[in-house]
Structures are given as structure tokens and as C-alpha cells.
Ligand binder design. Structure first.
Ligand code: NAD
Length: 445
């Protein structure tokens, strides 16, 4: 047997690998569209000076990538991070394209990044960086062209500054829909903050009702492990707990805690608020972030960083179902291993799509200057998440029982390791929709 090359963690390489695997399940696609969809439509790189509080001047670099606009304006978050690269932003913009197409919202995919360390900046410096970045992209952003949102180390305050700057530069019209994830007072949507975590729960609940996991057709009684107890992880933990699941372990950047009888997420949140980490919670056993993903459990929810499940640990994952709350927590090699082992996985573009879905609701509310109550937002979100699970499940089943055959016959369905996984199927559905929309619009000129 020949040894395989070490795993390549380059985000562009990984997203291309996922894309290529999904292509086998796309009904029909013109060859030229394949390379078109693999590349971004437009990359904006901006450099600008910012005056610091001490009077010095820093040169800041930022990116805004629009990957595809077949369905509508670009949509995607802006992250502030010292290590953010254009390649990373490109791969995340692609992910947004697939996610929006999969949940059927009229947006394309985009993403932004600003190279800066928010921990080393004052609020005034952050405001100046945000306003200048927005002004550099004032002709790119727009309620009908490209709509940013929060991402890593940006938040509703950042969105308020972007909205205000854009509004000053484009006076005399309703500019609220130019960004989502705004504060409620400025037209933010009720339920947006909880949307991704709640969406993770809705998707899981509905997936379990399909009876693929015989012992668990609801979350009630299921043992759930969550890596990353931040916004998404903590909200998801509360939703699972309310519905009878046992949260046996959670973690943050400092490490994790385990309790066989289950943890109450409210208590963990209170402890983390007081002590800055979940680690040290009385009565729990401390574990590492490597150990947490390998724990015996029914449902594993990676809700922190990318590449947490990889070729080096995928054969030690003991969950029956992995639900990707984070973006890209599982590598393509790990996908193959989990699939061969019969472990199901709900991919990021499906499982964490609740956030962009409620961002879309915010945009719709802003167009009409309305604000729906949280019950209405959650009911609409639940319905959409159920529908996308149904659509992906039905398509998956079509391939598995052989009603539909893969387009390139690369895949033989009989052996378990060669069954399509839910990522391939969800991605193929998104690619299908975008390819069809592109052709339906007619290639110009
Ligand atoms: P967050 O910053 O609120 O939480 C992240 C959590 O992960 C924190 O508790 C942090 O301590 C923890 N963490 C950091 N490094 C870790 C490590 N090495 N091991 C374990 N935990 C670690 O972020 P969030 O908004 O909850 O986002 C979490 C993930 O979900 C990210 O991958 C993000 O891209 C993805 N996501 C978020 C949204 C959203 O609406 N917030 C939407 C879609 C996807």
C-alpha cells in the first residue's frame, strides 16, 4: 500500500476538493462553468492609512471578495484578524455562495477581511479603521450589490459604523439593508444573535426524525459534545438542553469540561462569565480540545475553528452524528474516513445556515421598515431549516437507493465507504442551482 501525502490544509485546496467530489452528483454542468464557479467573480484589495490614538499612522490592508452573484447581491461577513489572508477570504466567500443557494435565499456569496488585531486596538481606532474601510468600498457595498455582516472579531457595533458611514456617503435613501447583524435599535432583527445556534438545533432535530440513527430519532436523551462554547456553541447547547439532550462536554480556547451526567448550559455560561473560561467548573473533569472531539457521544458539534476533525483523528471520532456549527471544521480526508465508518455529518453550509437565513430576514424587514417579533423569526427559521434538511435528505436518498445515478459514474453506491455523504449532496444541490440560474439568465453578451 502506498502512503498518502500529508494532508493539505490550504483553504482553497480544501474547498476545491469538496467542490470536485460534489461534481459527481451535479445533474449537468457545462465545463466552462466549473472553472468559473471555482474562482471568485471579483476581488477588492484596499490599503489605507489610519491614525492611532498616540498620533502614529498605520497602514491597514483589507479585502472584499465577491464570489458569485447569480442569485443576487453578495452576502457575507467581515472578519478582523491579524492573520486573515485573501485566500482564506476567497474560500469563505465560496462557502457563502453555496450556503445561500442551498437555503434558497436571493443572495450570492461574499466575504471580507481586515488585517488587524482587535485586542490591541481601542474602540476609537476600531471605529476609524471600520469607517475608512467602508469608505474605500463605498461603491462595492450596497443594499442591492453587496451586504456585509459580522464575522470573527466584528460585531453589531462594527455593523452600526458600517451602516452609518455608508449612509453618510449615500444620503437620501433607506440604507438600512446595506448590512445585517445591526443593533436592534438600528433595524437589527430579533433572533439574529441566536439564529445560528438555534438553526443548528432545528437541523439536527429534523435530521434525527429521518430515523437514520436508530437509537435517536429525537435529541431527547442524546449525549451531545460541543467544542467551542461561544455565541453559536452556547446557544446551541441551550436549545439541545431544553429539548432533553444531555450536554456531556463543552470547551473554549482554554480547554474543555466533562461531566458524565450532563452540564446545565446556563450554569456553564454563568461560570464562564465570572471566570473567563469553562475550565475549572466545579464537579467537572478538565479535558483538552483534542480530547473533546474524540469523546464517546451521540452528537458531536464542532462550533469553534476550522480543521478540528482531520485525517489524524477522524478514525477516533466516536459520535454517531457530527453537526458542523463552525465553518470547515472537517477536512476532506476526514470526510472520507467518517463516511466510510458510517458516521453521518451535517455540513456547515446546511447546519450553520440559520445565521445567514435570519440575516436575510433582517434585510427583508429593513426593506419595509418592519421589525418582526422573535417568535415569528424563529418559526420562519425553523420552517426553512426543516425544508433544507428535507431537500438534502431526499436527494441523498435518491443516490443511495439508486434512483439517481452520479453524473460521472465515479461513485459505486454498493460499498458503504463509497456512499455519498451529506456534504457532497448539499454542495451538489447548491452548484446545480447556481449553474442553472447562470444559464437561465443567459451568458452575456
Ligand atoms: P465566538 O467567538 O463567539 O465563539 C468561538 C468559541 O470557540 C469561543 O468560546 C472560543 O473560546 C472557542 N475557541 C477558540 N479557539 C478554540 C479552540 N482551539 N478549541 C476550542 N474552542 C476554541 O464565535 P461564534 O460566533 O460562536 O462562531 C463559532 C464558529 O461558528 C466559527 O467557526 C464561525 O465562523 C461559525 N459561524 C458563526 C456564525 C454566527 O452567526 N456567529 C454563523 C455561521 C458560522
Amino acid at each position: 500500500m502506498t502512503a498518502r501525502a500529508p494532508e493539505n490544509f490550504d483553504p482553497v485546496v480544501m474547498s476545491d476538493l469538496q467542490f470536485d467530489r460534489a461534481l459527481s452528483y451535479v445533474s449537468e454542468i457545462k465545463r466552462g462553468l466549473i472553472s468559473f464557479l471555482k474562482r471568485p467573480k471579483r476581488i477588492n484589495i484596499v490599503n489605507f492609512p489610519v491614525e492611532m490614538d498616540d498620533g502614529s499612522v498605520h497602514s491597514i490592508q483589507g479585502y472584499r471578495v465577491i464570489h458569485n452573484r447569480a442569485f443576487g447581491p453578495g452576502k457575507g461577513g467581515i472578519r478582523y484578524h491579524p492573520d486573515v489572508t485573501m485566500e482564506e477570504v476567497v474560500s469563505l466567500a465560496k462557502l457563502m455562495t453555496w450556503k445561500c443557494a442551498l437555503v434558497n435565499i436571493p443572495f450570492g456569496g461574499a466575504k471580507g477581511g481586515v488585517v488587524c488585531d482587535t485586542k490591541a486596538l481601542s474602540q476609537n481606532e476600531l471605529r476609524r479603521i471600520t469607517r475608512r474601510f467602508t469608505s474605500e468600498l463605498a461603491d462595492v457595498f450596497g443594499p442591492d450589490t453587496d451586504i456585509p455582516a459580522p464575522d470573527l472579531y466584528t460585531n453589531e457595533q462594527t455593523m452600526a459604523w458600517i451602516y452609518d458611514t455608508y449612509d453618510i456617503l449615500h444620503p437620501g435613501k433607506n440604507n438600512r439593508p446595506v448590512v445585517t447583524g445591526k443593533p436592534i435599535q438600528l433595524g437589527g432583527s430579533y433572533g439574529r444573535n441566536e439564529a445560528t445556534g438555534n438553526g443548528v438545533y432545528y437541523a439536527t432535530e429534523h435530521f434525527l426524525s429521518k430515523s437514520l440513527i436508530a437509537e435517536h430519532q429525537t435529541v431527547s436523551g442524546a449525549r451531545v459534545v460541543i467544542q467551542g462554547f461561544g455565541n453559536v456553541g452556547a446557544i446551541a447547547a441551550q436549545a439541545f438542553f431544553r429539548n432533553g439532550a444531555k450536554i456531556t462536554a463543552v470547551s473554549d480556547s482554554q480547554g474543555g469540561v466533562f461531566h458524565e451526567d450532563g452540564l446545565d448550559p446556563e450554569n456553564v455560561m454563568a461560570f464562564k462569565k465570572e471566570h473567563g473560561s469553562v475550565v475549572g467548573m466545579p464537579g467537572t473533569t478538565t479535558i483538552t480540545n483534542q480530547e473533546i472531539v474524540e469523546l464517546e457521544c451521540d452528537i458531536l458539534i464542532p462550533a469553534a475553528l476550522g480543521n478540528q476533525i482531520h485525517a489524524g483523528n477522524a478514525d477516533r471520532i466516536k459520535a454517531k452524528l457530527v453537526v458542523e456549527a463552525a465553518n470547515r471544521p472537517t477536512t476532506p480526508r476526514a470526510d472520507e474516513i467518517l463516511n466510510a465508518r458510517g458516521i453521518f455529518l451535517l455540513p456547515d453550509i446546511l447546519a450553520n445556515a440559520g445565521g445567514v437565513t435570519v440575516s436575510y430576514f433582517e434585510w427583508v424587514q429593513n426593506q419595509a421598515n418592519q421589525q418582526w417579533d422573535v417568535e415569528e423569526v424563529n418559526a420562519r427559521l425553523r420552517k426553512r431549516m426543516f425544508k433544507v434538511v428535507d431537500t438534502v435528505f431526499d436527494r441523498w436518498q435518491g443516490f443511495v437507493v439508486g434512483e439517481v445515478t452520479p453524473s460521472k459514474s465515479k461513485v459505486v453506491k454498493e460499498t458503504p465507504e463509497q456512499k455519498p455523504d451529506f456534504r457532497c449532496i448539499a454542495l451538489s444541490l447548491a452548484i446545480d442551482r447556481i449553474a442553472q440560474a447562470t444559464l437561465m439568465r443567459g451568458i452575456w453578451p
